[in-house]
Design a protein around this ligand. Structure first.
Ligand code: KIV
Length: 268
């Protein structure tokens, strides 16, 4: 259920070059509520849930049913932010018809407002065009695209040379022409992301792409410091909730073992 002032893709368009857009991932109702109440513009149910929730090495093992399950939970906690759902690997790569059917399922079963998919080749842009044409807003995703991690040889910065930058500029233009309402730019030099951002009329949302984008996205457990082993250069932790959680659980264990919990105040 969304409220009256829920963010729409028109709000995204209006923020191009203006106040920066903020997007944060969420994977369940509990955290979606916290994220939504914090006033972000968009919540992304990212297929990063494969890494950060399911403990997989990559996003490749995430299925559409899993995305829909998590997205329905997030929907219950998200009232105001624009809700964007990742289409996972193998749900749009084989054919535009697959993409349309699977994007339709996501919209119908999760009540999200948009889907996100990776890549900007001519055939991918055609897929985006077909999905947009059926009335489903699409957010693109360029640069390091995690579903192609093996083809890219790992989580590497993209667009470092002239040809790489040219490719990113072409892909962004194609996605814009295909009707995407926004594009995530992941892992690329700040100067390249700035030029890509300046080259399109739709807002870009950066992650590891410097300050020149129209907005920023971070993965929630990363920004909260819940994912201790993950420390790429671009990541800023805004809390150390992993430490706080460990301390709280140790406190409970100590007091239980020593008989201090439950005391009279916590007993009937
Ligand atoms: O899956 C995800 O969380 C993402 C963000 C990193 C943009 O795609």
């Amino acid at each position: 259920m969304t409220d009256e002032k829920a963010v729409t893709i028109r709000d995204f368009a209006a923020r191009k070059g203006g106040e920066k857009l903020v997007m944060v991932t969420a994977y369940d109702a509990l955290f979606a509520r916290i994220v939504d109440e914090s006033g972000v513009d968009a919540i992304l149910v990212g297929d990063s849930l494969g890494n950060v929730v399911a403990g997989l090495d990559s996003t490749l093992g995430v299925t559409l049913d899993q995305m829909i399950y998590h997205a329905t939970m997030v929907r219950r906690g998200c009232r105001r932010a624009l809700l964007v759902i990742d289409l996972p690997f193998m749900t749009y790569q084989v054919s535009a018809e697959d993409a349309m059917r699977n994007a339709g399922r996501v919209m119908q079963e999760t009540a999200a407002q948009a889907v996100k998919l990776e890549g900007g080749s001519p055939s991918r842009a055609e897929t985006v065009r077909r999905v947009v044409e059926m009335g489903v807003p699409v957010m693109g995703h360029l640069g390091f695209t995690p579903q192609s991690i093996h083809a890219l040889g790992g989580a590497r910065v993209q667009g470092r040379d002239e040809a790489g930058e040219r490719r990113l500029l072409d892909e962004a233009k194609r996605l814009e022409d295909a009707g995407a309402f926004s594009i995530v730019l992941e892992l690329m030099p700040a100067a390249v992301a700035r030029r890509v951002t300046e080259s399109v009329r739709i807002p870009t949302i950066g992650i590891g792409a410097g300050p020149g984008c129209d907005g920023q996205v971070l993965v929630l457990p990363d920004l909260l410091g819940l994912n201790a082993g993950f420390a790429p250069k671009f990541l800023k932790r805004y809390a150390e909730l992993g430490d706080a959680a460990r301390a709280a659980i140790r406190g409970f264990a100590d007091e239980t073992r020593s008989g201090r919990y439950p005391d009279e105040a916590h007993s009937f």
